[in-house]
Design a protein around this ligand. Sequence first.
Ligand SMILES: [Fe+2]
Ligand SMILES: [Fe+2]
Length: 173
Amino acid sequence: MPAVTSPEQLFEHELQDMYYAEKTLTKVLPKLAEEASDRELSRAFSSHLKETEGHVSNLEKVFRSIGKTPEATPCPGIEGIKKEHDEFVRTSSPSSAMLDAFLTGAASRAEHYEIAAYTGLVSQARALKQREAVELLQENLKQEKDALKKVETISKRLLKDAKAGNGRTAARS
Ligand SMILES: [Fe+2]
Ligand SMILES: [Fe+2]
């Protein structure tokens, strides 16, 4: 990575990091939609996939608005969240109800990560007086916040169902 010595360069680096994260999520979300047994949760993943594709294209617009070519730089943060999911699924033989509950937690972690990243990016764009970038990044931020609320609501319902014994308890092979 070239030396980062200006706010413009830092902004570009953070954009590249988020571009990588969003692109990763477009590959992960279809798998999560398939893994989830609960229909509302599965649908939430599918609809957030569409939004995530929009996040990728908004980021491409932000790059262009500052005269840069979209480029991704590996984001260990999102890779870590993904790895945590993969290991749990591989080693914990969760029942379908517990897998669904776990997926809501994994999704919340990803949304919190994205919310933190976009909050920072909006502040940076604002400080750099990049008005178009501010608007595009705020659009993404708003959808991440809405997605978090949705998954938190589903999570509460799933946990209540599980506690009441309505959850499916069969272990997944
Ligand atoms: Fe996103
Ligand atoms: Fe998201």
